[in-house]
Design a protein around this ligand. Structure first.
Ligand code: BTN
Length: 260
């Protein structure tokens, strides 16, 4: 068990951001930081408010999957009120902030599996979930959920053994969650402030994808498409070259990297 102090005071100590994390609400245990963030956003919480849970009892992932969120990991949601043109960039910003934060604080090379799985050594160490609330043609709020496995020992959990990892086991040492959250929020703000000009964010995200050039199986709703991941479009969609030579755009879904 970690002896680290993990609290809003500890996280805010030395956090030099202007917007992201100006308000940090820390709860030892929540059902999901997404729900609490949505309630706070509806009550008018300012942009950049961060909700952090020591553990989640009903953490959720993309595509309606459950997200394992025991004590020792990072589970947080950030409330944003972006321009509608900024929405496609939020997944890129969140996954890049995780990649940069992990590199800086844990010294590990992290990469991204399209669209926003964070991998270290080919195993999933983090994931991003984004929920937007629109009012007409403007964004009322967006909630950016970021989960990072830190203390998790994947081998102890049958469903994720072999495909997920915790940063402590990957680094061979204990990583400070408070320092990693600070790094993550700092990088998130840098990237967010680079909008509305999202070109640089897009290029860095694309350059950190492990997916391009690989044989993949993409699942989008009920459709399953196989091909080579050839490119990503500016809006984040994956462009697949099927075996018959035609191109397909996958806007939302999941990919599995296939062995050659
Ligand atoms: C995925 O890879 O499927 C996305 C996982 C997102 C998990 C985070 S943990 C913090 C926030 N609260 C949740 O319930 N989910 C997100």
């Amino acid at each position: 068990m970690s002896a680290e102090i993990y609290s809003s005071g500890e996280i805010r100590r030395g956090l030099a951001t202007g917007i992201i994390g100006r308000k940090v609400l820390f709860y030892p245990r929540l059902a999901s930081t997404m729900d609490t963030a949505r309630q706070e956003a509806k009550r008018g919480a300012p942009e950049g408010t961060v909700i952090i849970a020591g553990e989640q009892t009903r953490g959720r992932g993309r595509l309606k999957r459950p997200w394992l969120s025991p004590v020792g990991n990072i589970a947080l949601s950030i409330i944003l009120r972006p321009d509608i043109a900024g929405l496609p960039y939020l997944v890129m910003i969140a996954s890049l902030a995780a990649v940069r934060g992990i590199r800086e604080v844990a010294g590990l090379k992290a990469r991204i599996k399209w669209p926003n799985d964070v991998l270290v050594g080919g195993k999933k160490v983090g994931g991003i979930l984004i929920e937007n609330e629109l009012k007409g043609d403007r964004v009322d709020y967006a909630v950016i959920g970021i989960g990072i496995n830190v203390g998790l020992r994947a081998a102890d959990h049958a469903g994720i053994a072999g495909i997920a990892a915790g940063l402590n086991e990957a680094a061979g040492k204990e990583i400070s969650r408070a320092a990693l959250v600070r790094g993550l929020l700092t990088e998130f703000e840098r990237l967010y402030l680079a909008l509305p000009e999202g070109g640089a964010v897009f290029m860095e995200w694309r350059d950190n994808l492990v997916t391009l050039g690989k044989k993949v199986t993409a699942t989008s709703g009920k459709d399953v498409v196989e091909g080579i991941a050839e490119a990503v479009d500016g809006d984040g969609a994956l462009v697949l070259r099927r075996t018959d030579g035609t191109l397909t755009r996958i806007v939302a879904g999941d990919v599995t990297l296939r062995k050659k």
